[in-house]
Design a protein around this ligand. Structure first.
Ligand code: 6PG
Length: 633
């Protein structure tokens, strides 16, 4: 091991360097001994050295470090004030940096106390003025005792030498939370965040500094050093934004990795990109897991639902670790499963999010109707939702909505101060385009995406509300008489949202030959994820491939009993001026799906009338196509 202790004169490089040399059993080198006599004389006269003066000195040090590494290493004390000097000394991946820093007053005081040293205290300012913040290594504050500084340095070096079980790239909210979750569950982990001068500096180290209780962790800004720190086969989890950033990160990583190493993409990537990346890594003998992770920041930190797909051999390398960090279902089983090949893990996460959009929108529709149609206070709506949540309607989204309806800021409801324009990052819309591609009816969940789009047109909505004098009308009649119907309507709207999502998953799974296990998918969604609910538990227990989702035990009864109520509530709300895009699309979709004699005969007749597109007949089961001459002209 090569260790270089840096810092301006007076920071205690020699003291620490000698301490480290003793503790590590390595020889100690003092960089001052490598200055040519002219430099020593210059410094003795109190004159600062120039970059040109330092060149032969740095060259001599670099060559000495190269030689001594072959003999087992050394500890070098060297000012190395600028990053360019440090780069010149970085002769090996095995070289570790410890940078001593402290307040000017403290260093000054220590310098004045020193005897027989050729540096004068007045040189300190010139050294401090050229000192640059290091881009790698460990900064150690010298205000502690020499023993404390030595202990902190040894702790850092031990971490650096340990081979870590996993690496996490990207210290955003999700990356940081998953890394800490891994560390807490006994998985040693290397953290990496890129270095972007002035924007992203020392990010991974900051995570460690803020969480000192996790000893088996190390932080990096240098990708090569990060990769070197990992035990083989390496297991690397990328938690960075979906899209081009993933390909760019793979471009940088692949040349540094070896056969059988594993890379996981834990973000919300589009599943077809993930299909492509699984193949890309397979071609170079590596494993790739496109992996959905649900549960937001808290879930990632305390137990998310995890949806890995892709390379099954790669999954085996992390099955234990993922099981440790995931949420647990009601039987204590981890909410993680190998989903299937290719991009299937990201595919089901995409559909999960689409259902999430639908579930959120239905709740938003009901909050509005109850508050501004039925005149409920936010607290009353919260109470109604909490009450529903005690029974079979229990769900995480219902729970947080009940909660946010009570949140006050300065004595006023925060909700009413939040601009009514919903954001979106793409997964809902990707589900919709996928449904269109596969010809799957998707209107309820499509409406959740569209509703966010309409919400974005705030200025136009405000203008139109004046032009068309739109106002909500109060609903007549006691809330108590409506409430049971609203509850049933809500329950059915949710069933429809789930049916639509599961149908898309089943269709794509069949088309791609993925053979997805839907009981298992529902099981890993019973905890940790955003759409966890009592309904999901019923789906997990009762989903059966040969029957339709609507005929499933525990669902069929609600479809029968709830549909009049859903239609009635939607009808009522529409006449009172409320838009309920998901609930109304839901009842339309359901009625369409259970109507034996549909209006499509009219469409076929129209098509044949104007375009000779032909039609089939109910009284001819052969499937033959007919054309009629509809007019005499
Ligand atoms: C989850 C969430 C998570 C994220 C959504 C938000 O399951 O933990 O779905 O992935 O919160 O992607 O998506 P929008 O910004 O599109 O609402």
């Amino acid at each position: 091991m090569l260790v270089v202790v840096t810092g301006v004169s007076g920071t205690g490089k020699t003291t620490l360097g000698m301490g480290l040399s003793q503790a590590l059993g390595l020889p100690f080198l003092d960089a001052d001994q490598f200055h040519p006599p002219a430099n020593i004389e210059k410094m003795g006269r109190g004159e600062p050295l120039t970059d040109a003066d330092r060149q032969p000195w740095l060259a001599a040090l670099a060559s000495k470090l190269l030689d001594i590494e072959k003999q087992g290493g050394a500890v070098l004390a060297c000012s190395a004030l600028k990053n360019t000097y440090r780069q010149q000394l970085q002769v090996s991946d095995q070289l570790r940096w410890i940078h001593l820093t402290g307040s000017r007053d403290l260093i000054w005081e220590r310098m004045l106390a020193r005897q027989n040293h050729y540096m004068k205290a007045g040189m300190l300012d010139s050294q401090l003025s050229i000192w640059e913040k290091p881009s790698s290594g460990k900064l150690i504050d010298i205000s502690g005792t020499p023993a404390q500084v030595l202990e902190a340095s040894l702790h850092y070096l031990t971490q650096q030498e340990m081979k870590m079980n996993m690496g996490v790239i990207g210290m955003g909210v999700m990356g940081k939370s998953l890394a800490l979750n891994l560390a807490e569950n006994g998985v040693s982990v290397s953290l990496y965040n890129r270095f972007v001068a002035g924007k992203e500096e020392g990010i991974a180290q900051k995570v460690l500094d803020e969480n000192p209780e996790f000893a088996q962790t190390a932080a990096f800004e240098d990708l090569q050093a990060f990769v070197t720190s990992l035990a083989t086969p390496r297991r690397i989890l990328m938690m960075i934004p979906a899209g081009a950033a993933i390909d760019a990160q793979l471009d940088a990583l692949i040349p540094l990795l070896g056969k059988d190493d594993l890379v996981i993409d834990g973000g919300n990537s589009f599943y077809l990109d993930s299909d492509r990346r699984v193949n890309r890594l397979k071609e170079v003998g590596m494993h790739f897991l496109p992996m959905g992770v649900s549960g937001g920041e808290e879930g990632a930190r305390k137990g998310p639902s995890i949806m890995p797909g892709g390379n099954a051999e790669g999954y085996a390398l992390v099955e234990d670790f993922l099981g440790r960090i995931s949420a647990k279902d009601k039987d204590g089983k981890p909410c993680v499963t190998y989903v299937g090949p290719g991009g299937s893990g990201h595919f089901i996460k995409m559909v999960h999010n689409s259902i999430e959009y639908g579930e959120m929108q239905v709740l938003a529709e009901l909050v509005h109707l109850l508050r501004f149609g039925f005149g409920c206070s936010a607290a009353q709506v919260s109470e109604i939702f909490s009450d529903w949540g005690k029974g079979e309607l229990k769900s995480f989204l219902l729970e947080i909505t009940a909660d946010l309806l009570l949140f006050k800021e300065g004595g006023e409801l925060l909700l009413d101060k939040i601009l009514d324009q919903a954001g979106q990052k793409g997964t809902g819309a990707w589900s919709l385009t996928t449904a269109l591609e596969y010809g799957i009816p998707y209107s309820p969940l499509a409406e959740a995406v569209n509703a966010r789009g309409v919400s974005g047109e705030k200025a136009m909505r405000v203008a139109f509300s004046k032009t068309f004098q739109h106002e909500f009308q109060p609903v007549e009649g006691a809330l108590e008489t409506w409430l049971p119907k609203i509850k049933e309507a809500y329950a059915l709207a949710r069933i429809i949202n789930h049916e639509v999502g599961f149908r898309l998953m089943k269709t794509v799974s069949d088309a791609k030959g993925w053979d997805l296990n839907f009981n298992e998918i529902a099981r890993i969604w019973t905890n940790g994820c955003i759409i966890r609910s009592g309904l999901m538990e019923r789906i997990s227990a009762n989903y059966a491939d040969p029957i339709s989702f609507f005929e499933m035990a525990g669902v069929k009864e609600q479809v029968i009993s709830g549909r009049k109520n859903l239609a009635e509530i939607v009808g009522l709300a529409l006449t009172k001026g409320f838009a309920l895009p998901v609930m109304s699309a839901g009842i339309n979709y359901l009625l369409g799906r259970i109507t034996a004699e549909s209006s499509a005969s009219v469409i076929q007749a129209q098509r044949d009338y104007f375009g000779a597109h032909t039609y089939q007949r109910k009284d001819d089961s052969s499937g033959k196509f007919y054309h009629t001459q509809w007019t005499n002209s």
